[in-house]
Design a protein around this ligand. Structure first.
Ligand SMILES: [Fe+2]
Ligand SMILES: [Fe+2]
Length: 366
């Protein structure tokens, strides 16, 4: 029971928009991260059919200019955010369609899931994209996309939209023309910088973002296969990070992107990190155990690992590799001096699996 003077004190504070820290300390400063983002998975069977249906019903126009299915983490209060800092979406373009030119201060990356004749033009630089290609879109660069093939082009978008909004740093502008003029040699950034370790001698290194706009799948796959001959991480197996070839740093200031190959039979050890990540299953099937819950995944699925949740990956197949693409907000945490990671020290580095993820049961217990 609160004594009357205390009650009056707290009421008077409330009227003046003041809160006593001694009554709210644990929510303001818990002993460790308590993310609102929850571990979640979106199944490709649902994602692909909803994207296809959207392709049949929804036309693209200025104002509603991207047919992107934003992933809304159920922990985040109805916002279309995959994690507290990362936006992720599946975007669908019908054959012959154009997603009109616009630009924004949010930083963006794309990972191609499918499609022939898909292209992306970023600031007059047009590149063709195939399955497995990774493309970046630096902030405030004009971009339009299209599919010159007969079939749809499908990719995963990753943006720092939630962070950008939280920081009140949002700018957006619609182009005056749907399709930008192509002002450079097609696939020029791949031709100029695609070998990574070599750059045009007369140009200054590009520090802010990667000058290479598209990382081709053939090069990514070769890097994975080469690395597998040398070493692997106990937590992520054969994992590579896309980097700015001029600086070795992540391709964006606010997020990084990885591709990892889980070799047949691999079960990694568990660790946890102060970051959040969105994973797309590019190939194969397996499971990721997140905070003691097993998330079974297969090609096309997208799942989320929140901050400070133990996680470990499993490829149970004896013969087939599994490949995961991910975006992670790590560069922000590192830049602000807030990044930590920790291996699970008990049980041989493996979590006890308490249950298999069930969406309805998870929501019912919230
Ligand atoms: Fe955009
Ligand atoms: Fe990890």
């Amino acid at each position: 029971m609160i004594e009357p003077e205390f009650e009056r004190l707290y009421e008077d504070m409330g009227r003046n928009h003041i809160q006593p820290l001694w009554r709210a300390e644990s929510s303001v400063m818990p002993s460790e991260p308590a993310p609102k983002t929850i571990p979640w998975i979106w199944k490709w069977s649902q994602l692909s059919s909803l994207a296809r249906r959207s392709g049949e019903l929804v036309t693209l126009s200025r104002g509603g200019d991207r047919r992107a299915l934003g992933l809304a983490n159920p922990g985040l209060g109805g916002f279309p955010y995959a994690t507290a800092t990362l936006w992720a979406a599946v975007q669908w373009l019908n054959g012959g369609e154009v997603a009109p030119a616009h630009r924004h201060s949010a930083q963006a990356v794309r990972f191609m899931i499918d499609g022939e004749g898909a292209y992306s033009t970023v600031q007059g630089d047009k590149v063709y994209l195939e399955r497995g290609d990774f493309a970046i879109n630096p902030p405030w660069h004009w971009h339009d996309h299209g599919s010159e093939g007969d079939g749809p082009a499908i990719w995963m978008d990753g943006l720092d939209v939630p962070l950008n909004n939280y920081l009140d740093a949002v700018f957006f502008e619609q182009g005056t023309k749907d399709v930008q003029e192509v002002t450079r040699v097609v696939d020029g950034s791949v031709l100029k910088y695609g070998l990574g370790q070599l750059r045009p001698a007369w140009e200054a290194p590009c520090q802010e973002y990667s000058p290479l706009c598209t990382y081709k799948w053939t090069a990514t796959e070769q890097a994975l296969n080469n690395l597998a001959k040398v070493s692997a991480s106990p937590f992520d197996d054969v994992a590579i990070e896309f980097t700015n070839p001029h600086t070795g740093r992540p391709v964006m200031n606010t997020m990084t992107a990885w591709v990892q190959m889980l070799r047949p039979g691999i079960h990694t050890k568990a660790h946890r990190q102060v970051n959040s990540a969105v994973y797309h299953v590019f190939e194969g099937r397996g499971a990721t155990i997140i905070a003691g819950v097993r998330f079974d995944w297969e090609q096309g699925d997208i799942f989320v690992i929140p901050s400070w949740a133990y996680h470990e990956h499993v490829n149970a197949s004896k013969s087939e590799r599994a490949i995961l693409f991910s975006i992670q907000d790590t560069p922000v945490l590192v830049a602000l001096g807030k990044y930590r990671e920790e291996a699970l020290a008990t049980n041989g580095g493996h979590q006890e699996t308490k249950e298999v993820f069930d969406a309805e049961r998870t929501l019912a217990h919230r």
